[in-house]
Design a protein around this ligand. Structure first.
Ligand code: PGA
Length: 254
């Protein structure tokens, strides 16, 4: 059975104190759910304090960005060595907000991804089409190009390796999630692409998360899709009740 991963992307939200409290509450709320890997990705300024809170718990710590160099003149960036110091084992790469607001390309995503892997930080790589791309029938062409560009020269091993997050941009923060049918179709396409780019076993073992307006109400039916192996959660990850309900929806014991 494939691994299931629910990651909370806090984006640029919470004060330090709110973040610490949220982390405390999440640890308590997901205690005992051992068939879902739970990761929280606070803002970089909170990594140290939140890292202390979750130390020794089952919850993993993730960053929202990582640079491809270890140090140097890269104002505003964060190095993999710095993330390691915080005990950060996960990182979100290529989120559509980074692509849109900061012009990140697949090439940049690929650089970050390769460095993360080299540093032993597990990457969650985001791909997904915009509304315009979807409406003009180009969604799968875009997904294919993003997959190939982001994973260029990257060895995938499936289990324990790169996580793909399919996040249709039109669903992020809009309250309009993909239907389970749409999500399943896209995930199955991504798995087919991975089979072509790597091999069947690698594709079968790769975790593909869905992201985009996942909430406590729609999580169960999305997580029930054959090729949906968890979620990347934005807005709902800021509420302990909503987030833990989503984690439970991903658990086979729910
Ligand atoms: P959302 O964000 O759940 O608020 O739509 C998801 C994401 O951006 O990862």
């Amino acid at each position: 059975m494939r691994e299931r991963i629910i990651a909370g992307n806090w984006k640029m939200n919470t004060t330090l104190q709110e973040g610490v409290e949220l982390a405390h509450s999440i640890i308590q709320a997901v205690k005992g759910i051992d068939d879902v890997t739970v990761v929280i990705c606070p803002p970089a300024t909170h990594l140290s304090a939140v890292g202390e809170v979750i130390k020794g718990s089952s919850v993993g710590l993730g960053a929202q960005n990582v640079h491809w160099e270890e140090k140097g003149a890269f104002t505003g960036e964060i190095s993999p060595l710095m993330l390691e110091e915080f005990g950060c084992r996960w990182v979100i790469i290529g989120h559509s907000e980074r692509r849109f607001w900061f012009g990140e390309t697949d090439k940049i995503v690929n650089h970050r991804l390769r460095r993360a892997l080299k540093s032993g930080i597990r990457p969650i790589v985001c791909i997904g089409e915009t509304l315009e791309e979807m409406e003009s029938g180009r969604a799968y062409t875009v997904i294919e190009a993003q997959l190939k560009g982001s994973l260029d020269e990257v060895q995938l091993t499936g289990r324990g390796s790169v996580v793909i997050a399919y996040e249709p941009v039109w669903a992020i923060g809009t309250g309009r999630n993909a239907t389970p049918g749409e999500a399943q179709e896209a995930h199955s396409f991504i798995r087919k692409m991975l089979t072509m780019m790597y091999d069947k076993e690698t594709a079968e073992n790769t975790v593909i998360q869905y992201g985009g307006s996942v909430n406590e109400k729609n999580a169960a039916e999305l997580m029930a899709c054959e090729d949906v192996d968890g979620g990347l959660i934005g807005g709902a990850s800021l509420s302990v009740d909503k987030f833990s309900t989503i984690v439970r929806a991903a658990s086979s014991t729910s």
